[in-house]
Design a protein around this ligand. Structure first.
Ligand code: ADP
Length: 492
């Protein structure tokens, strides 16, 4: 039904003035809006300009007669309920009109009650049609909403970074998203419809999917999970859940695949780290133990043994100190007390303090500062001391007696640049990346007897990066090494 139709609008088409006026009065009292027309042609015009719900139509009129008007109404406005009024009510005329689509008829002359009954019935019909149309509209909208919802969910599943696969009770794949194919390294064009084993060969995974699919593991709080490896060091974690219908019977399973390769690598690193630390702690501790046993066996105190044991414990304490420093830096607990620091002064103090070690080895340790004022660097002073203290101490350690170590400070592109250069043992090019790794130490004839933990440079690197700076190294065997740290300078 046309939505602009007023369901309370009635049109009376009759050439008799009294009947028009009388009907209008009765119907208006019933609450209808009533229009009237004396001729068929006028009635049709009203229908076009102000749509009506019900027409009371006299069949016998001069000019265009009622049957013709009825025909026209049915042609163009089939939704209008037409009640024919006939002065010589014969069964044939009534039947003819009804066959042409009239809803009801009322014989002339009629009393007001008869009119009311017929019009009320017609109006009920209008309302029913109206409600039916409304219901249909709602149904259409719900269907459209469902469609939108369906495509929205599909888009989301397709876009998920985790792999999703859905199987039926037989373990046949009914849905899989692109990430599922991608994680398994399968052809992106592969279609669902085959058994799970067709897509993935891992026995454990397929077993889990099959168990879930046939309802073997009914809905649980903690869904079953399964980890498996793919070639080239990739690891996937699968978590699944049985899909249960309202009556609790199983419809299949949904399984999510997540790439856990990065977590696995981290796990591996952790294990390696623990193994390295244990190794680093075990050998000096067993030496100390042996030395103490020997001292114990001797009747007099063996000072030599004791001092060697003390040396070893010093090494261990420094290792543990470095490890603690590292864990503090990595937990983000270092470098928080930032304040503007004058690097020239800080370097001066370090060179002064550490200079005695260089003197013991007859080395020359110098500090070169620019002529222009040096901008400050905002950083935790302890972090800066640790960075440059480590670099200068290394330069002293890895340079022969009588060598030269120069610490230079420069300003370049809003950065303060500190270089610690020595003419010591130097390193081969392939070692330069590794020396920043935890526990890495270059082992050769020259470094064999130099003690250290292999943690200093990794501490330096972590600290420099925490300060948004960078560190680089140039080195050549037997010619020396030069470490350069760049840190952002404060605005002048
Ligand atoms: P450590 O000095 O405790 O061994 P570091 O992490 O400070 O550990 O250094 C790692 C390795 O880098 C050292 O073992 C050494 O072989 C090499 N290295 C560091 N600084 C220098 C340097 N100035 N000259 C030559 N080799 C160096």
């Amino acid at each position: 039904m046309d939505k602009t139709v007023d369901p309370m609008h009635i049109l009376v088409i009759d050439d008799e003035q009294d009947l028009r006026d009388g009907s209008k009065r009765i119907l208006t009292r019933m609450g209808f809006r009533v229009s009237t027309a004396a001729r068929g042609i006028d009635g049709l015009q009203i229908i076009d300009s102000d749509p009506v719900a019900i027409v009371l139509l006299d069949l016998k009129m001069p000019g265009m007669d009622g049957m013709e008007v009825l025909e026209k109404i049915k042609e163009t406005h089939d939704e209008i309920i037409v009640v024919v009024i006939t002065g010589f009510a014969t069964v044939e005329t009534a039947i003819k009109a009804m066959k042409m689509g009239a809803y009801d008829f009322i014989p002339k002359p009629f009393d007001p009650d008869h009119l009311r009954i017929v019009v009320r019935r017609a109006h009920e019909r209008v309302q029913l049609r109206h409600e039916a149309a409304q219901l249909e509209k709602d149904r259409q909208r719900t269907l459209a909403d469902l469609d939108v919802e369906k495509s929205r969910i599909r888009t989301i599943v397709e876009a998920l970074p985790s792999g999703v696969v859905v199987t039926d009770t037989e373990g046949t794949v009914v849905l899989m998203n692109p990430a599922f194919l991608w994680h398994l390294g399968l052809d992106a064009k592969l279609k669902p419809g085959k058994q799970i084993e067709h897509y993935i060969k891992d026995e454990g995974f397929c077993h889990m999917v099959r168990e879930l699919s046939c309802g073997g593991c009914k809905k649980r709080l903690e869904p079953p999970s399964y980890e498996f490896a793919l070639p080239n060091n990739r690891y996937l974690l699968a978590k699944g859940q049985a899909i249960a219908a309202d009556d609790d019977h199983c419809l299949g399973a949904v399984i999510i695949l997540v790439d856990i390769s990065a977590l696995k690598a981290l796990d591996q690193l952790k294990s390696e780290f623990v193994a390295k630390v244990s190794h680093e702690l075990r050998s000096p501790l067993s030496t100390i133990h042996e030395q103490l046993v020997m001292v114990e066996k001797k009747p007099t105190t063996d000072h030599y043994m004791l001092s060697r044991a003390r040396e070893k414990t010093r090494g261990l304490i420094s290792l543990i100190g470095d490890l603690l420093d590292l864990s503090r830096i990595e937990a983000g607990n270092v470098g928080n007390a930032a304040t503007p620091v004058c690097l020239a002064e800080l370097l001066h103090n370090i060179v002064d303090f550490i200079g005695t070690q260089a003197q013991e080895r007859n080395q020359t340790l110098t500090l070169e500062l620019p002529d222009t004022p040096v901008p400050k660097v905002t950083a935790d002073p302890t972090a800066l001391e640790s960075i440059f203290g480590n670099l200068i101490a290394n330069a002293i350690k890895y340079t022969q007696e009588g060598g030269v170590i120069a610490v230079r400070l420069n300003i370049r592109d809003n950065q303060v640049e500190v270089t610690v250069a020595d003419n010591g043992f130097g390193m081969e090019a392939d070692k330069l990346e590794k020396i920043f790794e935890k526990f890495y130490r270059v082992k050769n004839d020259k470094t064999r007897y130099i003690t250290g933990t292999g943690l200093g440079l990794s501490i330096v690197k972590s600290l420099v990066e925490k300060l948004n700076g960078s560190i680089s190294v140039v080195s050549k065997p037997d010619q020396g090494s030069s470490f350069t740290v760049r840190l952002p300078a404060d605005a002048a």
